[in-house]
Structures are given as C-alpha cells and as structure tokens.
Design a protein around this ligand. Structure first.
Ligand code: HQG
Length: 182
C-alpha cells in the first residue's frame, strides 16, 4: 500500500475504532458509519479523502482492517475498537494453540494477571507464530507466548475470530500461557 493510503488507513483507524467524535461522526451500535457522512465530516475537519481512495484503502489494506457494507453505503472497522461495538461475531472453537506477540517489559505483569485487553475490547491472538512476531515487533524485540486455546475453550472461555482472521477473547488467565524462554 502506498504512503498516502497508509496515512488514510491510520486516520480511518483513529476515527472508526477510537474517536469518531474527533470529526463529529457517530457510529451505530455495530460500529458502522455512513461513507458519505464520514467523507463530508473529514473534509470539514481538513482531511480531504475522495471516495475512490477510501475504497482502495478498504480493499488493499494489508490486514483487512475495514469493511464496506453490501450496499456500499457504510463502513466500519473489523476489530480493534476501544469502545463497545457489537461486531456480530459468533463464538468459534479455536485451534489447539494460538499465539500472542509481546515484549519483555510486559512479561511480569502478564505472569501475574494473564493477558488483559488493555484499551481494546478483547485480547488479540494470532493463529501462527509469524503473525504474533509481527504484532510484538511493533513494540521492540518480540516475545511470542503460546496460549492453550483449546483447553481454555473446554473450560468455558469464549473465542471469536474477526473478519480479518484475528482471534479474540476476553481474558487469558496466566495458567493457560506457555511463556517458553521468556
Ligand atoms: C500487553 C494491531 C501488561 C500486550 C496488531 C500488548 C494486533 C499486558 C499490549 C492488534 C497485559 C496491548 C492487537 C498485562 C497484555 N500487563 N501488559 N496483564 N496483557 N499486555 O496494541 O495484542 O494495527 O492493545 O502484550 O497487529 O499488541 O491495530 O494489543 O503488548 O493485531 O490493526 O499490552 O493491534 O493491529 O497492546 O495488538 P494492544 P496487541 P492493528
């Protein structure tokens, strides 16, 4: 994705996941915004995005962060919100093991509290080690923790998978985490 698309993607993440009020936009309970209103309010806030660019960002985004409704009128973020949205995800049985990429400075707290969602709605887990490495690398030298997801599920924990393949759950108690050499 070229640089201007990345910039637009970051702006859309901010507005659709964290702070729609920053441009006076409102989202419905499922996190959808009107495309027309989003573009109009963004322009008023000094951020001009044309509709073709918006659609390219949705289509070409490396992680499929956004979705456009079937009728083409509405847009939302697929996951990662810092406020409550009803994404309409159904519980899914997870793979045996899932992975979480983090960095050394969080390990002590994670050993004590398990994985917490922080400012997001859910703890985010990856289906493979390579993806978890990339998530961890955003913060420094990555450490990948292994989560015994199937065991959690058997014990009643609920898992979801977002449209872009990220695994989500509310909390991962430390007892289900394999810290490896961390
Ligand atoms: C850590 C990006 C202390 C956790 C990525 C992480 C992902 C704790 C940080 C998605 C903790 C939260 C999510 C505890 C967890 N004590 N630290 N008890 N429990 N942590 O960004 O998983 O670009 O909210 O290890 O690619 O890093 O946004 O979550 O380091 O898919 O689409 O607290 O965000 O995708 O950080 O990343 P985040 P994450 P997007």
């Amino acid at each position: 994705m070229d640089k201007s698309l990345v910039k637009t993607s970051k702006f859309l993440s901010l507005i659709l996941r964290h702070d729609p009020g920053a441009i006076g936009l409102s989202l419905d309970a499922e996190g959808w915004a009107s495309v027309e209103e989003l573009l109009r309010l963004a322009k008023r806030a000094g951020k001009r995005i044309d509709e073709a660019t918006l659609r390219r960002v949705v289509e070409e985004n490396d992680k499929q962060r956004f979705a456009i409704s079937h009728d083409g009128q509405r847009i939302r973020a697929n996951q990662g919100h810092s406020f409550d949205v009803e994404l309409g995800l159904s519980p899914v049985v997870p793979d045996n093991l899932l992975y979480h990429g983090t960095v050394a400075r969080f390990i002590d707290a994670i050993r004590e509290q398990g994985l917490l969602p922080g400012s997001r709605q859910h703890v985010h887990l990856s289906a493979d080690v390579a993806t978890a490495m990339k998530v961890g690398e955003r913060r420094g030298r990555p450490i990948v923790l292994t989560v015994r997801a199937e065991a959690m599920h058997s014990d009643g924990h609920v898992f979801y998978r977002s449209e872009n393949g990220v695994w989500l759950t509310e909390h991962v108690p430390a007892s289900y985490i394999d810290f490896g050499a961390a």
